[in-house]
Design a protein. Sequence first.
Length: 287
Amino acid sequence: MPEQATVGSAVALKQQLEDALREAAFTSSVESADDGTALKLAVYSSMYCPFEDTVEAASDWLREVGIDATAARDEETFRIVLTLPTADSVRTLIATLLQPWITARTTAKHLDDVLSDHGLDATIDVGTKALSLHLAEDELDSAVTLARLLGAPDIEEDLPLHRRRGVRRLTERILWLITGVVGSPVSADIEPACEHEVDRLTIGMSLEQAHRLTQRLLLAEVADPTARLQRLLGKTVGTGAHVARTPKNTSQSDRLTITLSPEQGRHLMHRLDPDRDAIPARELTTH
């Protein structure tokens, strides 16, 4: 039997649905129905929806995927509104419509993070089955750096990268390199530089291939660990933690200085040693 929503459970379900919508990057609104149990979902991200903007198409899709819900047109906004009457209908909608986008965006975020750790500025277009990684720079310097991180430091050797022929040859080499790294064929496309644009390499891959590429890049040594440490600290203790790097001189090696607020210091110490009750009394600086 379907698990019926109650007034109490609807509050938790509403929060769960709103969290999933945010993680999936859906622009939407969720309201409680008049009975206080059902939820009404209006999705504004029509480009992400698997049905056309009609009541009939939405109803057909709900029936096809087995979601116990109804669709109607809102008279004020003219948006399609889905009414989810049970806890099961909410969970099935999240699993069917939102989870594929959540998985895809999480995969893309992990890849973008590790690229940023290595100083690579990239953009990623996301789909539920695949993503496209864009590297844009004069003479594909960023792509050459990526190849170095993947174990091919001289991939551009003997190629005239100031000419289109050289850029095309480099694209072919990177295509085969990444195919070898992820264990299956990827796609690569090049947009050569013009008067107002730099060279732009687009690498298309499945989500599984993107995950494998991310794992491989995590093994590569980071020339400057500041960015990665800053990001990891932010995930652990929240925003505001600061990491500064002092390059080595003749008498000292490189030094990283981490500055935390007292609350962040307590949180980090608890994560490192949950059994220890350490409470720093002032701003904490660690070298």
